[in-house]
Design a protein around this ligand. Structure first.
Ligand code: ATP
Ligand code: MG
Length: 576
Protein backbone atom coordinates (compact mmCIF):
# COMPACT_ATOMS: atom_id res chain seq x y z
CA UNK A 1 0.00 0.00 0.00
CA UNK A 2 2.88 2.35 0.77
CA UNK A 3 3.88 2.36 -2.87
CA UNK A 4 0.64 4.20 -3.66
CA UNK A 5 1.58 7.27 -1.61
CA UNK A 6 3.63 9.04 -4.34
CA UNK A 7 0.66 8.66 -6.69
CA UNK A 8 -1.81 9.92 -4.11
CA UNK A 9 0.24 13.09 -3.78
CA UNK A 10 -0.50 13.77 -7.45
CA UNK A 11 -4.13 14.29 -6.43
CA UNK A 12 -3.17 17.79 -5.35
CA UNK A 13 -3.10 18.79 -9.03
CA UNK A 14 -6.85 18.25 -9.38
CA UNK A 15 -8.13 18.85 -5.85
CA UNK A 16 -11.28 20.69 -6.79
CA UNK A 17 -12.56 18.29 -9.50
CA UNK A 18 -11.74 15.32 -7.27
CA UNK A 19 -13.82 16.67 -4.41
CA UNK A 20 -16.60 17.75 -6.77
CA UNK A 21 -16.57 14.23 -8.24
CA UNK A 22 -17.12 12.68 -4.82
CA UNK A 23 -19.91 15.18 -4.05
CA UNK A 24 -21.64 14.33 -7.34
CA UNK A 25 -21.20 10.63 -6.65
CA UNK A 26 -22.84 11.09 -3.23
CA UNK A 27 -25.69 13.09 -4.77
CA UNK A 28 -26.21 10.45 -7.47
CA UNK A 29 -26.28 7.62 -4.94
CA UNK A 30 -28.52 9.54 -2.54
CA UNK A 31 -30.94 10.37 -5.37
CA UNK A 32 -30.96 6.79 -6.52
CA UNK A 33 -31.67 5.39 -3.05
CA UNK A 34 -34.19 8.16 -2.36
CA UNK A 35 -35.98 7.34 -5.61
CA UNK A 36 -36.40 3.65 -4.85
CA UNK A 37 -37.34 4.28 -1.24
CA UNK A 38 -39.84 7.01 -2.01
CA UNK A 39 -41.41 5.03 -4.87
CA UNK A 40 -41.75 2.04 -2.56
CA UNK A 41 -43.46 4.11 0.10
CA UNK A 42 -45.62 5.87 -2.52
CA UNK A 43 -46.91 2.59 -3.98
CA UNK A 44 -47.61 1.18 -0.52
CA UNK A 45 -49.37 4.36 0.60
CA UNK A 46 -51.60 4.54 -2.52
CA UNK A 47 -52.46 0.86 -2.04
CA UNK A 48 -53.51 1.56 1.51
CA UNK A 49 -55.47 4.64 0.48
CA UNK A 50 -57.31 2.68 -2.19
CA UNK A 51 -59.46 4.11 -4.97
CA UNK A 52 -61.85 6.92 -4.29
CA UNK A 53 -60.04 8.28 -1.23
CA UNK A 54 -58.52 11.71 -1.19
CA UNK A 55 -54.78 11.18 -1.33
CA UNK A 56 -52.25 13.83 -2.10
CA UNK A 57 -50.17 12.16 -4.78
CA UNK A 58 -48.84 15.39 -6.26
CA UNK A 59 -45.99 15.94 -3.82
CA UNK A 60 -44.64 12.34 -3.81
CA UNK A 61 -44.99 11.95 -7.57
CA UNK A 62 -43.19 15.21 -8.30
CA UNK A 63 -40.50 14.22 -5.78
CA UNK A 64 -40.12 10.86 -7.61
CA UNK A 65 -39.72 12.71 -10.90
CA UNK A 66 -37.31 15.21 -9.33
CA UNK A 67 -35.17 12.42 -7.88
CA UNK A 68 -35.15 10.54 -11.20
CA UNK A 69 -33.97 13.62 -13.06
CA UNK A 70 -31.53 14.50 -10.26
CA UNK A 71 -30.03 11.03 -10.38
CA UNK A 72 -29.50 11.21 -14.15
CA UNK A 73 -27.98 14.67 -14.02
CA UNK A 74 -25.72 13.83 -11.05
CA UNK A 75 -24.53 10.61 -12.68
CA UNK A 76 -23.83 12.36 -15.97
CA UNK A 77 -21.76 15.13 -14.44
CA UNK A 78 -20.12 12.75 -11.99
CA UNK A 79 -18.77 10.67 -14.88
CA UNK A 80 -17.50 13.76 -16.67
CA UNK A 81 -15.90 15.34 -13.61
CA UNK A 82 -14.31 12.17 -12.18
CA UNK A 83 -12.92 11.01 -15.50
CA UNK A 84 -11.66 14.45 -16.37
CA UNK A 85 -9.87 14.67 -13.01
CA UNK A 86 -8.40 11.20 -13.43
CA UNK A 87 -7.11 11.89 -16.92
CA UNK A 88 -5.56 15.14 -15.74
CA UNK A 89 -3.72 13.27 -13.02
CA UNK A 90 -2.65 10.50 -15.39
CA UNK A 91 -1.31 13.03 -17.87
CA UNK A 92 0.72 14.65 -15.06
CA UNK A 93 1.95 11.23 -14.04
CA UNK A 94 2.88 10.25 -17.57
CA UNK A 95 4.81 13.49 -18.11
CA UNK A 96 6.54 12.96 -14.76
CA UNK A 97 7.49 9.38 -15.60
CA UNK A 98 8.70 10.41 -19.03
CA UNK A 99 10.72 13.25 -17.50
CA UNK A 100 12.40 10.77 -15.16
CA UNK A 101 13.04 8.22 -17.90
CA UNK A 102 14.86 10.58 -20.29
CA UNK A 103 17.89 11.28 -18.05
CA UNK A 104 18.27 7.51 -17.56
CA UNK A 105 19.13 7.14 -21.22
CA UNK A 106 21.20 5.37 -22.35
CA UNK A 107 23.14 3.85 -19.46
CA UNK A 108 20.28 2.78 -17.16
CA UNK A 109 17.64 2.21 -19.84
CA UNK A 110 19.87 -0.33 -21.54
CA UNK A 111 18.84 -2.72 -18.79
CA UNK A 112 15.18 -2.62 -19.81
CA UNK A 113 13.53 -3.95 -22.90
CA UNK A 114 11.89 -1.28 -25.05
CA UNK A 115 8.57 -3.07 -24.98
CA UNK A 116 8.75 -3.32 -21.19
CA UNK A 117 9.36 0.42 -20.85
CA UNK A 118 6.43 1.14 -23.15
CA UNK A 119 4.26 -1.17 -21.12
CA UNK A 120 5.15 0.60 -17.89
CA UNK A 121 4.53 4.02 -19.38
CA UNK A 122 1.21 3.07 -20.95
CA UNK A 123 -0.48 0.05 -19.32
CA UNK A 124 0.82 0.45 -15.78
CA UNK A 125 0.09 4.15 -15.67
CA UNK A 126 -3.40 3.37 -17.04
CA UNK A 127 -4.04 0.81 -14.30
CA UNK A 128 -3.49 3.56 -11.74
CA UNK A 129 -6.69 5.26 -12.94
CA UNK A 130 -8.67 2.80 -10.80
CA UNK A 131 -7.17 4.30 -7.69
CA UNK A 132 -9.59 7.20 -7.62
CA UNK A 133 -12.37 6.05 -9.98
CA UNK A 134 -12.95 2.57 -8.62
CA UNK A 135 -11.51 2.68 -5.11
CA UNK A 136 -11.25 6.00 -3.32
CA UNK A 137 -14.26 7.88 -4.71
CA UNK A 138 -16.81 5.01 -4.34
CA UNK A 139 -15.51 4.16 -0.86
CA UNK A 140 -15.68 7.72 0.47
CA UNK A 141 -19.12 8.33 -1.02
CA UNK A 142 -20.37 4.99 0.35
CA UNK A 143 -19.50 6.06 3.90
CA UNK A 144 -21.30 9.38 3.45
CA UNK A 145 -24.40 7.81 1.96
CA UNK A 146 -24.65 5.12 4.65
CA UNK A 147 -24.50 7.83 7.33
CA UNK A 148 -27.13 9.80 5.39
CA UNK A 149 -29.52 6.82 5.20
CA UNK A 150 -29.05 6.00 8.87
CA UNK A 151 -29.75 9.58 9.94
CA UNK A 152 -32.77 9.78 7.61
CA UNK A 153 -34.31 6.52 8.84
CA UNK A 154 -33.56 7.34 12.48
CA UNK A 155 -36.32 9.95 12.36
CA UNK A 156 -38.78 7.11 11.89
CA UNK A 157 -37.22 4.42 14.02
CA UNK A 158 -33.74 4.57 15.56
CA UNK A 159 -33.07 0.84 16.24
CA UNK A 160 -33.98 -0.28 12.70
CA UNK A 161 -32.03 2.66 11.21
CA UNK A 162 -29.01 1.71 13.29
CA UNK A 163 -29.35 -1.95 12.30
CA UNK A 164 -29.32 -1.03 8.60
CA UNK A 165 -26.51 1.54 8.99
CA UNK A 166 -24.24 -0.66 11.08
CA UNK A 167 -24.61 -3.78 8.91
CA UNK A 168 -23.89 -1.72 5.79
CA UNK A 169 -20.81 -0.17 7.42
CA UNK A 170 -19.55 -3.56 8.60
CA UNK A 171 -20.00 -4.98 5.11
CA UNK A 172 -18.28 -1.91 3.65
CA UNK A 173 -15.25 -2.58 5.83
CA UNK A 174 -15.17 -6.39 5.76
CA UNK A 175 -15.85 -7.15 2.09
CA UNK A 176 -13.15 -4.83 0.66
CA UNK A 177 -10.60 -6.07 3.24
CA UNK A 178 -11.28 -9.72 2.40
CA UNK A 179 -11.22 -9.17 -1.34
CA UNK A 180 -8.17 -6.91 -1.09
CA UNK A 181 -6.37 -9.80 0.63
CA UNK A 182 -7.56 -12.27 -1.99
CA UNK A 183 -6.69 -9.87 -4.82
CA UNK A 184 -3.13 -9.12 -3.71
CA UNK A 185 -2.36 -12.84 -3.83
CA UNK A 186 -2.41 -12.88 -7.61
CA UNK A 187 -2.72 -9.19 -8.59
CA UNK A 188 1.04 -8.86 -8.96
CA UNK A 189 1.28 -12.06 -10.98
CA UNK A 190 -1.59 -10.93 -13.20
CA UNK A 191 0.12 -7.60 -13.87
CA UNK A 192 3.44 -9.31 -14.55
CA UNK A 193 1.99 -11.92 -16.89
CA UNK A 194 0.16 -9.17 -18.77
CA UNK A 195 3.43 -7.21 -19.09
CA UNK A 196 5.38 -10.31 -20.14
CA UNK A 197 2.76 -11.19 -22.72
CA UNK A 198 2.88 -7.72 -24.24
CA UNK A 199 6.69 -7.67 -24.32
CA UNK A 200 6.86 -11.10 -25.88
CA UNK A 201 4.21 -10.19 -28.40
CA UNK A 202 5.94 -6.96 -29.50
CA UNK A 203 9.24 -8.81 -29.87
CA UNK A 204 7.54 -11.62 -31.75
CA UNK A 205 6.23 -9.14 -34.30
CA UNK A 206 9.51 -7.21 -34.53
CA UNK A 207 11.63 -10.33 -35.01
CA UNK A 208 9.34 -11.96 -37.58
CA UNK A 209 11.96 -11.95 -40.38
CA UNK A 210 14.68 -13.58 -38.24
CA UNK A 211 12.26 -16.08 -36.70
CA UNK A 212 11.04 -17.21 -40.10
CA UNK A 213 14.54 -17.47 -41.55
CA UNK A 214 15.86 -19.50 -38.63
CA UNK A 215 12.67 -21.53 -38.43
CA UNK A 216 12.39 -20.60 -34.77
CA UNK A 217 8.84 -19.28 -34.90
CA UNK A 218 7.15 -22.27 -33.27
CA UNK A 219 9.14 -22.11 -30.08
CA UNK A 220 8.45 -18.41 -29.58
CA UNK A 221 4.76 -18.94 -30.44
CA UNK A 222 4.60 -21.69 -27.83
CA UNK A 223 6.14 -19.36 -25.22
CA UNK A 224 3.62 -16.71 -26.16
CA UNK A 225 0.76 -19.18 -25.87
CA UNK A 226 2.00 -20.30 -22.43
CA UNK A 227 2.21 -16.74 -21.16
CA UNK A 228 -1.23 -16.02 -22.55
CA UNK A 229 -2.84 -18.99 -20.86
CA UNK A 230 -1.16 -18.04 -17.58
CA UNK A 231 -2.51 -14.50 -17.94
CA UNK A 232 -5.97 -15.85 -18.77
CA UNK A 233 -5.89 -18.16 -15.76
CA UNK A 234 -5.24 -15.17 -13.47
CA UNK A 235 -8.00 -13.21 -15.21
CA UNK A 236 -10.33 -16.13 -14.68
CA UNK A 237 -9.49 -16.21 -10.98
CA UNK A 238 -10.17 -12.49 -10.80
CA UNK A 239 -13.52 -12.87 -12.54
CA UNK A 240 -14.50 -15.80 -10.31
CA UNK A 241 -13.70 -13.79 -7.20
CA UNK A 242 -15.58 -10.76 -8.56
CA UNK A 243 -18.56 -13.07 -9.08
CA UNK A 244 -18.15 -14.40 -5.56
CA UNK A 245 -18.14 -10.88 -4.11
CA UNK A 246 -21.38 -10.07 -5.99
CA UNK A 247 -22.95 -13.32 -4.77
CA UNK A 248 -22.00 -12.65 -1.15
CA UNK A 249 -23.33 -9.11 -1.34
CA UNK A 250 -26.61 -10.22 -2.95
CA UNK A 251 -27.03 -12.89 -0.30
CA UNK A 252 -26.30 -10.35 2.45
CA UNK A 253 -28.76 -7.99 0.78
CA UNK A 254 -31.54 -10.60 0.90
CA UNK A 255 -30.75 -11.44 4.50
CA UNK A 256 -30.74 -7.80 5.62
CA UNK A 257 -33.97 -7.16 3.72
CA UNK A 258 -35.68 -10.09 5.46
CA UNK A 259 -34.44 -9.02 8.91
CA UNK A 260 -35.43 -5.40 8.24
CA UNK A 261 -38.92 -6.46 7.16
CA UNK A 262 -39.29 -8.63 10.22
CA UNK A 263 -38.01 -5.87 12.54
CA UNK A 264 -40.10 -3.19 10.83
CA UNK A 265 -43.21 -5.37 11.14
CA UNK A 266 -42.71 -5.44 14.91
CA UNK A 267 -42.17 -1.78 15.51
CA UNK A 268 -44.81 0.67 16.42
CA UNK A 269 -45.20 2.95 13.42
CA UNK A 270 -47.99 4.95 15.06
CA UNK A 271 -51.56 5.10 14.02
CA UNK A 272 -51.55 8.06 11.68
CA UNK A 273 -52.80 7.90 8.10
CA UNK A 274 -50.63 5.69 5.82
CA UNK A 275 -48.19 5.05 8.66
CA UNK A 276 -48.10 1.38 7.72
CA UNK A 277 -46.54 2.36 4.38
CA UNK A 278 -43.40 3.36 6.28
CA UNK A 279 -42.70 -0.36 6.48
CA UNK A 280 -42.04 -0.29 2.73
CA UNK A 281 -39.75 2.68 3.21
CA UNK A 282 -37.43 0.64 5.47
CA UNK A 283 -37.50 -2.39 3.21
CA UNK A 284 -36.73 -0.40 0.08
CA UNK A 285 -33.92 1.60 1.65
CA UNK A 286 -32.24 -1.65 2.76
CA UNK A 287 -32.65 -2.95 -0.80
CA UNK A 288 -31.40 0.22 -2.48
CA UNK A 289 -28.44 0.69 -0.18
CA UNK A 290 -26.72 -2.23 -1.88
CA UNK A 291 -26.19 -0.11 -4.91
CA UNK A 292 -23.42 1.50 -2.87
CA UNK A 293 -21.73 -1.75 -1.97
CA UNK A 294 -21.97 -3.74 -5.17
CA UNK A 295 -19.04 -2.14 -7.07
CA UNK A 296 -16.76 -1.97 -4.06
CA UNK A 297 -15.94 -5.66 -3.44
CA UNK A 298 -14.75 -6.28 -6.99
CA UNK A 299 -12.89 -2.98 -7.04
CA UNK A 300 -10.80 -3.89 -4.02
CA UNK A 301 -9.96 -7.15 -5.71
CA UNK A 302 -8.25 -4.95 -8.27
CA UNK A 303 -6.01 -3.21 -5.74
CA UNK A 304 -3.31 -5.88 -6.02
CA UNK A 305 -2.89 -4.97 -9.67
CA UNK A 306 -2.90 -1.26 -8.88
CA UNK A 307 -0.12 -1.77 -6.32
CA UNK A 308 1.88 -3.97 -8.69
CA UNK A 309 1.59 -1.31 -11.42
CA UNK A 310 2.56 1.43 -8.95
CA UNK A 311 5.63 -0.62 -7.99
CA UNK A 312 6.63 -1.09 -11.61
CA UNK A 313 6.31 2.62 -12.35
CA UNK A 314 8.17 3.52 -9.13
CA UNK A 315 10.97 1.11 -9.99
CA UNK A 316 11.70 3.09 -13.13
CA UNK A 317 11.29 6.59 -11.75
CA UNK A 318 13.36 5.94 -8.63
CA UNK A 319 16.44 4.86 -10.62
CA UNK A 320 19.17 7.44 -10.21
CA UNK A 321 20.60 8.59 -13.54
CA UNK A 322 24.18 7.46 -14.08
CA UNK A 323 25.18 10.88 -15.36
CA UNK A 324 23.85 14.06 -13.75
CA UNK A 325 23.99 17.28 -15.69
CA UNK A 326 24.31 19.86 -12.95
CA UNK A 327 26.92 22.08 -14.62
CA UNK A 328 26.09 25.75 -15.12
CA UNK A 329 28.52 26.74 -17.91
CA UNK A 330 26.56 27.67 -20.97
CA UNK A 331 29.35 28.37 -23.47
CA UNK A 332 32.80 27.10 -24.39
CA UNK A 333 35.55 29.66 -23.93
CA UNK A 334 38.02 30.24 -26.73
CA UNK A 335 41.04 28.07 -25.95
CA UNK A 336 43.55 26.41 -28.23
CA UNK A 337 43.24 23.01 -26.54
CA UNK A 338 39.61 22.12 -27.09
CA UNK A 339 39.44 18.57 -25.75
CA UNK A 340 41.84 17.02 -23.29
CA UNK A 341 41.61 13.53 -21.83
CA UNK A 342 43.78 12.98 -18.78
CA UNK A 343 44.51 9.37 -17.96
CA UNK A 344 40.90 8.32 -18.64
CA UNK A 345 39.80 4.77 -17.76
CA UNK A 346 36.34 3.37 -18.05
CA UNK A 347 34.38 0.17 -17.46
CA UNK A 348 30.74 -0.21 -18.41
CA UNK A 349 28.42 -0.63 -15.42
CA UNK A 350 27.96 -4.26 -14.41
CA UNK A 351 31.01 -5.26 -16.48
CA UNK A 352 34.24 -6.27 -14.83
CA UNK A 353 36.41 -5.80 -17.91
CA UNK A 354 37.87 -2.43 -18.79
CA UNK A 355 36.65 -0.71 -21.98
CA UNK A 356 39.26 2.08 -21.97
CA UNK A 357 42.50 2.11 -20.06
CA UNK A 358 44.51 5.19 -19.02
CA UNK A 359 43.87 7.21 -22.15
CA UNK A 360 45.54 10.63 -22.48
CA UNK A 361 44.98 12.78 -25.52
CA UNK A 362 44.84 16.45 -26.47
CA UNK A 363 42.82 17.70 -29.42
CA UNK A 364 43.33 21.28 -30.54
CA UNK A 365 40.57 23.45 -31.84
CA UNK A 366 39.94 22.82 -35.53
CA UNK A 367 41.94 19.58 -35.63
CA UNK A 368 40.74 16.60 -37.62
CA UNK A 369 41.37 13.41 -35.68
CA UNK A 370 40.97 9.84 -36.93
CA UNK A 371 40.54 7.03 -34.40
CA UNK A 372 41.54 3.59 -35.65
CA UNK A 373 41.55 0.20 -33.99
CA UNK A 374 40.30 -3.34 -34.09
CA UNK A 375 36.68 -4.14 -33.39
CA UNK A 376 35.82 -4.03 -29.69
CA UNK A 377 38.94 -2.03 -28.83
CA UNK A 378 36.98 0.86 -27.28
CA UNK A 379 36.67 3.44 -30.07
CA UNK A 380 32.92 4.02 -29.74
CA UNK A 381 33.33 4.04 -25.96
CA UNK A 382 35.68 7.02 -26.29
CA UNK A 383 32.97 8.98 -28.15
CA UNK A 384 30.33 7.91 -25.59
CA UNK A 385 32.50 9.49 -22.86
CA UNK A 386 32.94 12.70 -24.86
CA UNK A 387 29.16 13.22 -25.05
CA UNK A 388 28.81 12.23 -21.38
CA UNK A 389 26.60 9.24 -21.99
CA UNK A 390 28.83 7.81 -19.27
CA UNK A 391 31.30 9.36 -16.83
CA UNK A 392 34.88 8.05 -16.82
CA UNK A 393 35.61 5.66 -13.96
CA UNK A 394 38.99 7.35 -13.54
CA UNK A 395 40.73 10.38 -14.94
CA UNK A 396 39.27 13.57 -16.31
CA UNK A 397 37.93 15.00 -19.54
CA UNK A 398 38.41 18.72 -20.14
CA UNK A 399 36.47 20.71 -22.68
CA UNK A 400 37.93 24.16 -23.38
CA UNK A 401 40.06 23.72 -20.24
CA UNK A 402 37.02 23.16 -18.03
CA UNK A 403 35.95 19.79 -16.63
CA UNK A 404 33.28 18.44 -18.96
CA UNK A 405 30.79 18.14 -16.08
CA UNK A 406 30.94 21.91 -15.56
CA UNK A 407 28.80 22.40 -18.69
CA UNK A 408 25.04 22.31 -18.82
CA UNK A 409 23.52 19.53 -20.88
CA UNK A 410 22.15 22.01 -23.41
CA UNK A 411 25.56 23.59 -23.89
CA UNK A 412 27.14 20.19 -24.49
CA UNK A 413 24.46 19.15 -26.98
CA UNK A 414 24.68 22.45 -28.84
CA UNK A 415 28.44 22.21 -29.19
CA UNK A 416 28.88 18.53 -29.94
CA UNK A 417 27.20 16.69 -32.77
CA UNK A 418 27.45 12.90 -32.58
CA UNK A 419 26.79 10.46 -35.39
CA UNK A 420 26.38 7.13 -33.64
CA UNK A 421 27.48 3.83 -35.09
CA UNK A 422 23.86 2.76 -35.55
CA UNK A 423 21.87 5.60 -37.08
CA UNK A 424 18.35 5.81 -35.72
CA UNK A 425 15.68 6.48 -38.29
CA UNK A 426 12.37 7.69 -36.88
CA UNK A 427 9.14 6.19 -38.18
CA UNK A 428 8.35 9.52 -39.74
CA UNK A 429 8.76 11.52 -42.94
CA UNK A 430 12.07 12.27 -44.60
CA UNK A 431 11.64 15.93 -43.70
CA UNK A 432 11.10 15.28 -39.99
CA UNK A 433 13.99 12.84 -39.93
CA UNK A 434 16.26 15.60 -41.18
CA UNK A 435 14.75 18.42 -39.16
CA UNK A 436 16.02 16.92 -35.85
CA UNK A 437 19.51 17.97 -36.97
CA UNK A 438 18.82 21.58 -36.25
CA UNK A 439 16.84 23.61 -33.74
CA UNK A 440 15.90 26.24 -36.28
CA UNK A 441 13.70 25.34 -39.20
CA UNK A 442 15.68 24.01 -42.14
CA UNK A 443 14.25 25.11 -45.46
CA UNK A 444 13.29 22.51 -48.06
CA UNK A 445 15.84 23.72 -50.58
CA UNK A 446 18.69 23.15 -48.14
CA UNK A 447 17.36 19.69 -47.28
CA UNK A 448 17.16 18.73 -50.95
CA UNK A 449 20.64 20.06 -51.62
CA UNK A 450 22.14 18.00 -48.79
CA UNK A 451 20.24 14.87 -49.79
CA UNK A 452 21.65 15.19 -53.31
CA UNK A 453 25.13 15.74 -51.89
CA UNK A 454 25.04 12.53 -49.84
CA UNK A 455 23.64 10.60 -52.80
CA UNK A 456 20.05 10.23 -51.63
CA UNK A 457 18.53 12.03 -54.61
CA UNK A 458 16.68 8.81 -55.40
CA UNK A 459 14.48 9.26 -52.34
CA UNK A 460 13.45 12.68 -53.57
CA UNK A 461 12.31 11.30 -56.89
CA UNK A 462 9.28 9.78 -55.18
CA UNK A 463 6.01 11.63 -55.62
CA UNK A 464 5.83 12.66 -51.99
CA UNK A 465 9.30 14.30 -52.04
CA UNK A 466 10.39 15.36 -48.59
CA UNK A 467 7.11 14.03 -47.19
CA UNK A 468 8.20 10.50 -48.05
CA UNK A 469 7.24 8.20 -45.19
CA UNK A 470 10.33 6.28 -44.09
CA UNK A 471 8.38 3.41 -42.54
CA UNK A 472 8.80 1.61 -39.22
CA UNK A 473 12.31 2.45 -37.95
CA UNK A 474 13.41 3.23 -41.51
CA UNK A 475 13.30 -0.44 -42.46
CA UNK A 476 12.54 0.18 -46.13
CA UNK A 477 15.90 2.01 -46.36
CA UNK A 478 19.06 0.10 -47.17
CA UNK A 479 21.86 0.07 -44.59
CA UNK A 480 23.90 2.50 -46.68
CA UNK A 481 20.90 4.79 -47.14
CA UNK A 482 20.32 4.94 -43.38
CA UNK A 483 23.98 5.81 -42.89
CA UNK A 484 23.78 8.58 -45.50
CA UNK A 485 20.62 9.92 -43.85
CA UNK A 486 22.73 10.21 -40.69
CA UNK A 487 25.39 12.04 -42.68
CA UNK A 488 22.79 14.40 -44.10
CA UNK A 489 21.86 15.27 -40.51
CA UNK A 490 25.51 16.02 -39.77
CA UNK A 491 25.74 18.33 -42.77
CA UNK A 492 22.63 20.18 -41.62
CA UNK A 493 24.02 20.64 -38.13
CA UNK A 494 26.14 23.59 -37.11
CA UNK A 495 27.87 22.38 -33.94
CA UNK A 496 31.57 23.24 -33.77
CA UNK A 497 32.59 19.73 -32.66
CA UNK A 498 31.76 16.67 -34.73
CA UNK A 499 32.04 13.11 -33.45
CA UNK A 500 31.49 10.56 -36.19
CA UNK A 501 31.42 6.84 -35.51
CA UNK A 502 32.28 5.01 -38.71
CA UNK A 503 30.36 7.39 -40.99
CA UNK A 504 31.34 5.58 -44.19
CA UNK A 505 30.85 2.01 -42.99
CA UNK A 506 29.06 -0.07 -45.61
CA UNK A 507 29.51 2.46 -48.42
CA UNK A 508 31.32 1.63 -51.62
CA UNK A 509 34.75 3.16 -52.20
CA UNK A 510 33.60 5.85 -54.59
CA UNK A 511 30.73 7.02 -52.41
CA UNK A 512 33.06 6.92 -49.43
CA UNK A 513 35.53 9.26 -51.13
CA UNK A 514 32.77 11.68 -52.05
CA UNK A 515 31.33 11.65 -48.54
CA UNK A 516 34.73 12.16 -46.92
CA UNK A 517 35.33 15.14 -49.19
CA UNK A 518 31.98 16.57 -48.12
CA UNK A 519 32.72 15.98 -44.46
CA UNK A 520 36.11 17.66 -44.70
CA UNK A 521 34.52 20.64 -46.42
CA UNK A 522 31.76 20.84 -43.82
CA UNK A 523 34.20 20.63 -40.93
CA UNK A 524 36.73 23.06 -42.37
CA UNK A 525 36.27 25.36 -39.37
CA UNK A 526 35.17 22.65 -36.95
CA UNK A 527 36.86 20.08 -34.80
CA UNK A 528 36.35 16.56 -36.08
CA UNK A 529 36.88 13.22 -34.39
CA UNK A 530 36.14 10.32 -36.68
CA UNK A 531 36.22 6.65 -35.79
CA UNK A 532 36.95 4.52 -38.80
CA UNK A 533 38.14 1.11 -39.95
CA UNK A 534 39.13 2.40 -43.37
CA UNK A 535 42.24 4.24 -44.45
CA UNK A 536 40.70 6.22 -47.31
CA UNK A 537 42.02 9.79 -47.26
CA UNK A 538 43.65 9.12 -43.90
CA UNK A 539 46.54 11.44 -44.75
CA UNK A 540 44.15 14.42 -44.57
CA UNK A 541 43.76 14.05 -40.79
CA UNK A 542 45.94 16.14 -38.50
CA UNK A 543 46.15 13.48 -35.87
CA UNK A 544 45.71 9.72 -35.99
CA UNK A 545 45.06 7.71 -32.83
CA UNK A 546 45.28 3.94 -32.74
CA UNK A 547 43.45 2.15 -29.96
CA UNK A 548 44.29 -1.46 -29.34
CA UNK A 549 42.59 -3.55 -26.71
CA UNK A 550 41.42 -0.57 -24.57
CA UNK A 551 44.80 1.25 -24.79
CA UNK A 552 45.76 4.24 -26.88
CA UNK A 553 48.88 2.71 -28.39
CA UNK A 554 49.84 5.31 -30.97
CA UNK A 555 49.09 8.93 -31.79
CA UNK A 556 50.61 11.41 -34.17
CA UNK A 557 50.44 12.81 -37.67
CA UNK A 558 50.24 10.56 -40.73
CA UNK A 559 53.89 11.21 -41.53
CA UNK A 560 55.02 10.45 -37.99
CA UNK A 561 53.12 7.20 -37.72
CA UNK A 562 53.89 6.09 -41.24
CA UNK A 563 57.60 6.46 -40.67
CA UNK A 564 57.53 4.39 -37.46
CA UNK A 565 58.81 0.98 -38.40
CA UNK A 566 56.86 -1.83 -36.78
CA UNK A 567 54.33 0.68 -35.44
CA UNK A 568 50.66 -0.28 -35.12
CA UNK A 569 49.56 2.17 -37.79
CA UNK A 570 52.28 1.14 -40.21
CA UNK A 571 51.29 -2.51 -39.80
CA UNK A 572 47.66 -1.61 -40.32
CA UNK A 573 48.49 0.24 -43.55
CA UNK A 574 50.52 -2.69 -44.80
CA UNK A 575 47.79 -5.18 -43.92
CA UNK A 576 45.00 -3.21 -45.60
P1 ATP B 1 33.64 -1.66 -33.25
O1 ATP B 1 34.77 -1.32 -34.16
O2 ATP B 1 33.19 -3.04 -33.43
O3 ATP B 1 32.56 -0.66 -33.30
P2 ATP B 1 34.58 -0.42 -30.82
O4 ATP B 1 36.07 -0.22 -30.79
O5 ATP B 1 33.76 0.74 -31.16
O6 ATP B 1 34.25 -1.65 -31.76
P3 ATP B 1 33.23 -0.38 -28.31
O7 ATP B 1 31.86 -0.29 -28.82
O8 ATP B 1 33.85 0.83 -27.76
O9 ATP B 1 34.17 -1.02 -29.42
O10 ATP B 1 33.24 -1.53 -27.21
C1 ATP B 1 34.35 -1.81 -26.38
C2 ATP B 1 33.93 -2.89 -25.40
O11 ATP B 1 32.90 -2.45 -24.54
C3 ATP B 1 33.40 -4.13 -26.09
O12 ATP B 1 33.93 -5.25 -25.45
C4 ATP B 1 31.89 -4.08 -25.88
O13 ATP B 1 31.35 -5.35 -25.71
C5 ATP B 1 31.76 -3.28 -24.60
N1 ATP B 1 30.55 -2.48 -24.62
C6 ATP B 1 30.21 -1.57 -25.55
N2 ATP B 1 29.03 -0.99 -25.24
C7 ATP B 1 28.64 -1.51 -24.08
C8 ATP B 1 27.50 -1.32 -23.20
N3 ATP B 1 26.55 -0.43 -23.49
N4 ATP B 1 27.44 -2.06 -22.08
C9 ATP B 1 28.40 -2.92 -21.78
N5 ATP B 1 29.46 -3.15 -22.53
C10 ATP B 1 29.61 -2.47 -23.67
MG1 MG C 1 32.25 1.05 -32.44
Amino acid sequence: MRSLIPFLTLFKYAKFPLILGVILMILGLAASIGLLTLSGWFLAATAIAGAGTLFNFFYPSSAVRGLAIGRTVARYFEKIVTHDATFRILSKLRVQVFGKIIPLSPAVLNRYRNSDLLNRLVADVDTLDSLYLRLIAPFVSAIFVIVLITVGLSFINLPVALFIGITLLVLLLVIPTVFYKLGTKFGKKLTLSRATYRSQFVEFIQAQAELLLFNAEDKIKQNLANTESEWQAYQQRETNLAGLSSAILLFANGLILAVTLWAAAHIDLGTGEYKAALLALFAFSALAAFEILMPIGAAFLHIGQVIASADRVTEIISQPPLVKFSGKQTALSATADLIRLKDVSFSYPERTSCALNGLSLTIRKGQKVAVLGKTGSGKSTLLQLLVRNYNPSQGEILLAEQPIHAYSEQCLRENICFLTQRVHTFSDTLRNNLQIANKTKIDDLKMREVLVQVGLAKLLEQKSGLDLWLGEGGRPLSGGEQRRLGLARILLNESPILLLDEPTEGLDRETERRILRLLMQHSANKTLIMVTHRLTAIEQFDQICVIDDTNLVEKGSYQELNSKNNGFFKKLVERI
